[in-house]
Design a protein around this ligand. Structure first.
Ligand code: ADP
Length: 487
């Protein structure tokens, strides 16, 4: 350091040194103070003239103890031994002094700074930072601080945990981190906040790849205290995934309740028709039976109608009982081994006369087509499934045929009921399996039915661990297939 050595004699240089706020003290290697500037007067409370020529160990600093001049002396001794002393700071009586020694072969120059104020401010800043950290970390919401150019400057633990990566998020652009993008995302309240300088908020999708699906983002502007310009944004981010899910569930539940309500009203309207028609048949023809002159043939004919009407009513009542049992989860199953051919034959025999009366053929596998297929299942439910499908096939077919088939496929049996009837349009193929649905179709081809048969069949198939499928083309016919486990 050539500047300070020997320049104590230079008047101009000395004036300059007096203007510097740091104290400068030049000491010869034998400990004699060669030069001090004006700032040293402030630190020691002594006049320059009184200090020069004294030994460094005699230099007193009122804000510090003896220790201060002792450490300066030791630094000089080190320099004398050809070693360089390290800079140090001394904190005593609430004041802090920083000392940087510069040595060379002939002298040591100490640069002395009273950094009490600086330390105080730093302490305050640290305290404030700790307080803020404490607040941010205890908040249950995610908090991030962004600079004006969208660099992340701070994120709290809550937000950090939303990301699987352990890398620090600070220093990256928010859109890279939050949404894996290369450019800003729109619409984002933070972008709006930077533009408008006002608090903005929005519900937007959560960060990509995190379990947080929906967030409510509040963006508050940070203003530069001197210019008033927006210099960044604080984001408060609330995870509202659960709330959003609940809202969606509520909407769905409401829609479902409304639909159920609508279907039930339509069902009741249809049901009164379904009950009144056979009831009118029964009462009307019972009345006619009273006629004393009635021929035996007529009598039989009326009794036949009364019987059929009664059966139709019983069918409706049974369906209602079945569907309410299904809905209340009261269905019990009791499995036993059945011969598939025999069950199908029973259903076939039951519907054969009805099909013949309509002039359509009812067909089924021949006994010799298949070896004995045995299936362990609930016989009543199985019969009910098949009977429902065959009943519909016969009901909705005016000419052609209805075929019942079955075969074994690995550990399952597949049954199908194919008809050449009116078919089902594509948009109705899903809904007809829902209960009461027929009742809700206003322009349906008028055929009796409560709209419960397929809902019951599907529920039973599912209870038995199987699957029901439909293939159909309007005007050409339908095939309902049922796949059930063998045991
Ligand atoms: P429904 O008592 O009205 O027959 P289902 O639940 O058995 O009630 O059937 C629901 C609706 O599905 C019927 O109203 C009918 O429109 C349609 N459907 C069922 N089976 C057939 C079929 N084989 N051919 C044409 N349409 C059918």
């Amino acid at each position: 350091m050539s500047i300070s050595f020997g320049l104590n004699a230079n008047l101009l240089y000395s004036d300059v040194l007096d203007l510097i706020s740091e104290g400068i003290c030049q000491v010869s290697l034998d400990g004699k103070i060669l030069y001090v500037n004006r700032a040293v007067e402030e630190l020691t409370g002594a006049r320059k003239e009184d200090i020069a020529g004294r030994n460094i160990s005699e230099l007193k600093f009122p804000d510090f103890s003896e220790q201060c001049s002792q450490r300066l002396s030791s630094a000089v001794k080190l320099a004398e031994a050809g070693k360089t002393a390290e800079p140090f700071t001394l904190s005593e009586k609430g004041s802090t002094l920083s000392v940087s020694p510069v040595t060379d072969t002939t002298a040591v120059v100490f640069i002395l700074r009273n950094i009490t104020e600086k330390m105080h401010i730093q302490g305050l800043l640290k305290e404030k930072r700790q307080l803020l950290d404490g607040v941010f970390e205890s908040i249950q919401d995610g908090v991030s601080v962004l600079s004006e150019d969208l660099n992340i400057r701070y994120v709290n633990v809550v937000m950090n945990n939303w990301y699987s990566s352990n890398l620090p998020l600070e220093g990256k652009k928010c859109y890279e981190v939050y949404h894996n993008r290369n450019e800003v995302c729109y619409p984002c309240p933070t972008i709006r906040c930077l533009k408008t300088g006002k608090t903005e908020k929005d519900v937007i999708p959560g960060p990509s790849g995190s379990h947080v699906e929906w967030i409510e983002l509040f963006s508050y502007p940070i203003r530069d205290s001197s210019t008033g310009k927006v210099s960044g944004v604080v984001e408060f981010v609330r995870d509202i995934t659960e709330r959003k899910k609940m809202e969606l569930e509520l909407v769905r539940a409401k829609e479902k309740a409304e639909e159920s309500d609508r279907l039930k009203s339509a069902f009741l309207a249809n049901m009164s028709h379904e009950i009144r028609t056979p009831m009118n048949g029964i009462l009307g023809f019972a009345e006619l039976l009273k006629e004393p002159e009635l021929s035996g043939e007529r009598q039989n004919y009326y009794i036949d109608i009364i019987e059929k009407s009664g059966q139709r009513m019983l069918g409706v009542i049974n369906d209602i009982i079945d569907i309410s049992k299904i809905e209340s989860g009261e269905i019990k199953i009791s499995k036993k081994e059945l011969n598939l051919y025999e069950v199908v034959k029973d259903v076939y025999d039951f519907f054969k006369p009805e099909a013949e009366a309509k002039g359509i053929s009812l067909l089924m596998n021949d006994r010799t087509d298949d070896p004995e297929i045995l299936i362990t299942t609930d016989g009543d439910k199985f019969y009910s499934i098949l009977a429902n499908l065959v009943k519909n096939a016969v009901k909705y077919t005016d000419d052609g045929f209805v075929r019942i088939g079955f075969y074994r496929k690995g550990n399952t049996v597949e049954l199908f009921v194919r008809d050449t009837g009116i078919g089902i349009s594509e948009d109705r193929q899903q809904v007809i399996f829902r209960r009461f649905v027929q009742a809700d179709i206003s322009d349906r081809t008028a055929r009796p039915g409560a709209g419960l048969g397929l809902a019951i069949a599907r529920a039973y198939v599912e209870i038995l661990g199987g699957d029901i499928r439909l293939e159909s083309k309007e005007g050409e016919g339908s095939t309902f297939s049922v796949i059930l486990p063998v045991s």
